[in-house]
Design a protein around this ligand. Structure first.
Ligand code: FES
Length: 88
């Protein structure tokens, strides 16, 4: 089965997930014991933001409302579409 790779460049860590896995990036990080702050899990607070260095994500059923700088994404409400590189 094909897998997507999440490379966390500032922690020198790679996570592989099944291509059919549609849980949020935040859930994947937490399931893999990656410490990341979060609060609302609904796209409001911005606490869960990470920097997307490379690759593609998709936002789930709603668009994030928190303020984001260019390159930042909200891990609580996006899914990984292809291999990505992020910085936490
Ligand atoms: S946890 Fe609040 S925006 Fe992601």
């Amino acid at each position: 089965m094909k897998k997507k790779c999440i490379l966390i460049i500032n922690r020198n860590k790679k996570i592989y997930v099944n291509t059919k896995n549609c849980i949020s990036l935040l859930s994947i990080l937490l399931l893999n014991q990656i410490n990341i702050d979060y609060q609302c899990k609904k796209g409001y607070c911005g606490t869960c933001k990470v920097v997307l260095i490379k690759g593609k994500i998709l936002y789930q059923s709603f668009s994030p409302l928190a303020f984001l700088k260019p390159g930042e994404i909200l891990s609580c409400c996006c899914i990984v579409e292809h291999n990505i590189e992020i910085k936490i």
